[in-house]
Design a protein around this ligand. Structure first.
Ligand code: FES
Length: 394
């Protein structure tokens, strides 16, 4: 049998003395302390608040027009630092509605240290908020933002040094931040980006991407056109074949694009046999109707009644079955908390007091305990009956 030799130091006289004096010494230290009450705001909390503010104000300092989109440069004395790939939620009051939309920060995080963010807003079909911003924001407009949010950013402990990015349309913005961060040394990984656009003219940030590729061999961009034939471009939709053609040996896959792109890629990624731990997906906003989901069995043409309980007050408002519950609350001018608007972040977490909702599996980001206790995320829930909901305003 193996023998272990433990050397236990015998307790000496000095140790005994030290032990004996321990309590009187502590008592003396406590008595010599300041009589001032302990501050209610600790320095570390102040630091955390400045890094993760709930609200930030900024001013539009420049507008870069693009096809069906504008890039807005936002300035402030101080803006919270962020990780390349994160977003801010832009708070807006449009007519009677109080709403918010997430927009990815497209500049390098290094620019935040100079008090500058950049977001790009693309005109969307039936785009209530995007239309408002594109039609109303001008240089000098003051805007209210959340702090930076979201997990769609490179993590060196978790991710491979080689990253393959799949972008569709305005889903290019997190990759712009990543490419710019790689160029200025804020991030250290290699990015191969497959970027799908309808035509050459639809490519956002075309010149900026070309300039980055010319300046560093750590970023490579492959443009894929779905509705135009052009020399030097790939064609069709981004799928397993194209990914295999350009991807390096071992890589982490990042995906950001419209819902249709995610749906198409689901089968393609199976063909690649990639482990799920190597796939990162940016949140996908709610579709135009719950009928988009096969599991939906409700009647999307119905209009129900929603009773909202908030801060001891109660209001009943119309509730369209074809819109997420959050939209009905906002349309009534009730300021409900939200960030991602895709079921993931939990900021809109509310208590369903009564009624039935449809929550698609792919958008159910609730913790199990919350789901069991009757909490829902109204941004990813659709009414199947009249509802009573308790919300928790920020
Ligand atoms: S806003 Fe993120 S879960 Fe609803």
């Amino acid at each position: 049998m193996k023998k272990f030799n433990f050397h236990v130091k015998p307790i000496g006289l000095l140790d005994m003395l030290h032990f004996k004096q321990m309590v009187p010494r502590r008592r003396a230290m406590l008595q010599s302390g300041s009589l001032d009450p302990i501050t209610s705001v600790y320095a570390v909390n102040r630091l955390a608040q400045s890094m993760h503010p709930k609200r930030q104000k900024a001013v539009v300092s420049a507008i870069i027009p693009r096809r069906d989109a504008n890039t807005y440069v936002l300035k402030a004395d101080k803006l919270a630092y962020f990780r390349a790939g994160q977003y801010v939620s832009v708070k807006l009051t449009i007519g009677d509605a109080v709403t918010a939309r997430p927009y990815t920060l497209a500049a390098s995080p290094a620019r935040a240290l100079e008090g500058e963010y950049e977001i790009t807003v693309k005109r969307a079909q039936d785009g209530f908020v995007s239309d408002y911003i594109l039609n109303n924001w001008e240089v000098g407009t003051e805007v209210t933002l959340s702090g930076p949010e979201g997990p769609f950013s490179y993590e060196p402990i978790r991710d491979e040094k080689e990253v393959v990015g799949l972008a569709g349309g305005s889903g290019i913005t997190p990759f712009m931040a990543m490419a710019r961060a790689i160029l200025d040394g804020t991030e250290d990984f290699r990015l191969t980006l497959l970027y799908g656009s309808r035509t050459k003219a639809d490519i956002l940030y075309a010149d900026e991407l070309a300039a980055i590729c010319a300046a560093t061999d750590k970023v490579k961009v492959v443009h894929v056109l779905s509705e135009e034939e052009a020399e030097g471009f790939e064609h069709g939709f981004i799928g397993a074949e194209l990914i295999s053609k350009y991807a390096p040996g071992t890589y982490t896959l990042y995906i950001c694009g419209p819902r249709a792109m995610h749906d198409f890629l689901a089968g393609e990624l199976d063909r690649l046999g990639l482990d799920q731990k190597h796939i990162r997906r940016e949140f996908v906003p709610a579709p135009a109707s719950p009928a988009y989901f096969k599991a939906y069995t409700g009647d999307a043409s119905r209009v129900y009644r929603l009773t909202v309980l908030a801060l001891g007050e109660e209001r009943t408002v119309p509730l369209r079955a074809d819109e997420p519950v959050l939209t009905a609350i906002e349309r009534a001018g009730i300021a409900a908390p939200s960030r991602c608007r895709s079921g993931e972040c939990g900021w809109c977490r509310s208590r369903l007091v009564s009624g039935q909702v449809f929550i698609p599996d792919s958008m159910d980001g609730r913790r199990l305990a919350d789901a069991g206790a009757g909490y829902i995320h109204p941004c990813s829930s659709w009414a199947l009956s009249d509802l009573t909901l308790e919300i928790f305003p920020e």
